[in-house]
Design a protein around this ligand. Structure first.
Ligand SMILES: NC(=O)c1ccc[n+]([C@@H]2O[C@H](COP(=O)([O-])OP(=O)(O)OC[C@H]3O[C@@H](n4cnc5c(N)ncnc54)[C@H](OP(=O)(O)O)[C@@H]3O)[C@@H](O)[C@H]2O)c1
Length: 280
């Protein structure tokens, strides 16, 4: 499995997204568990989950998948709600997440998106959790440049390990200023929803993409994933169906030439000015 530098860590280039997993009937849930296991067996060693996902059901499913692997071989990410972003409430959230996941620590704990709690209070709480050994790193999600800059002014805000934002071929706004800013400060980046989320609701398939997938004899999603992987950031597709997980693992073998990337970028150009942050 291809490894990438992720802040100070080395992780697999592909991670496992888990939004909406564990929400269906038993048969569906078992199929999703099989898909997660397939991903782990295929060499993926990052899992992205959240207390929000199915109100804990995704974390329970991840906990089941983790029983088959050595805990310290997996980089486990979870997130807390913005209305749990005070020191006392995030500790309560984390305790519940750890219980559902069947582990005693997270590798990365993220503020899911910004709410009304002052950032300083959230950073103070996260630092306490880190010092107590419950989390190895902390970070944020759905932060735009202005949020990151504000975070930077808080005490210990510079300890932020990662920011997780929407990133796919059709949502490239972060390339203009968020990614360069993070790179300069060595804050790791996680791109979520490489397919534009469930049913591609946040992505429009345009002719260049369709044509390239057909020419290469692969699916549109595999081209999208190959493009995201070639950007060099951690990407965390969700696949509840084993066949989709298989296709995503196979996309790791797909290389897009400079000419093919140029072809895609006719329809999906890089940003040339600051854009508002795309979120789901
Ligand atoms: N931080 C945040 O605020 C935030 C927001 C959104 C997402 N996320 C994270 O990012 C992860 C990924 O985002 P997402 O789940 O919204 O969407 P996504 O990964 O862009 O798309 C998931 C959809 O694509 C389908 N799919 C997966 N592989 C496929 C393939 N090879 N061919 C065709 N379809 C395929 C899945 O179907 P099946 O499931 O049926 O296989 C599912 O319907 C989430 O699960 C979550 O962990 C974070």
């Amino acid at each position: 499995m291809r490894q990438i530098q992720f802040g100070t860590e080395q992780v697999s280039a592909l991670g496992l997204g888990t939004w909406h997993l564990g929400e269906g009937n038993q048969q569906q849930t078992e199929q999703e568990l099989a898909a997660l296991k397939l991903g782990l067996q295929g060499g993926i060693n990052v899992i992205d989950t959240a207390e929000m996902y199915g109100e804990g059901r995704a974390e329970i499913l991840v906990g089941r998948a983790l029983r088959d692997v050595q805990r310290d071989n997996v980089f486990l990410i979870s997130k807390f709600y913005p209305h749990h972003a005070t020191p006392a409430l995030m500790k309560k959230s984390l305790t519940a997440s750890l219980k559902r996941l069947g582990t005693d620590y997270l590798d990365l704990y993220l503020l899911h998106w910004r709410g009304n709690t002052p950032l300083q209070e959230t950073v103070t709480g996260l630092e306490q959790l880190q010092q107590a050994g419950y989390i190895r790193h902390w970070g944020v999600s759905n932060f735009d440049l202005v949020d990151l800059q504000e975070l930077w002014t808080t005490e210990n805000g510079r300890h932020c390990f990662a920011n997780e934002d929407l990133y796919n071929l059709g949502s490239r706004g972060v390339e203009f200023s968020v990614l360069p800013w993070q790179q300069q400060r060595q804050i790791a980046f996680i791109g979520y929803a490489p397919f534009g989320s469930e049913h591609g609701d946040f992505f429009q398939v345009k002719p260049a993409l369709k044509a390239l997938a057909a020419a290469k004899g692969v699916s549109v999603q595999q081209v999208m994933l190959a493009w995201t992987l070639q950007q060099g950031y951690l990407t965390i597709p969700k696949a509840g169906q084993p066949a989709h997980m298989q296709a995503n693992l196979a996309a790791l073998q797909l290389t897009l030439s400079a000419a093919e990337i140029h072809q895609l970028e006719q329809d999906y150009p890089a940003p040339t000015r600051k854009q508002g942050l795309d979120v789901i």
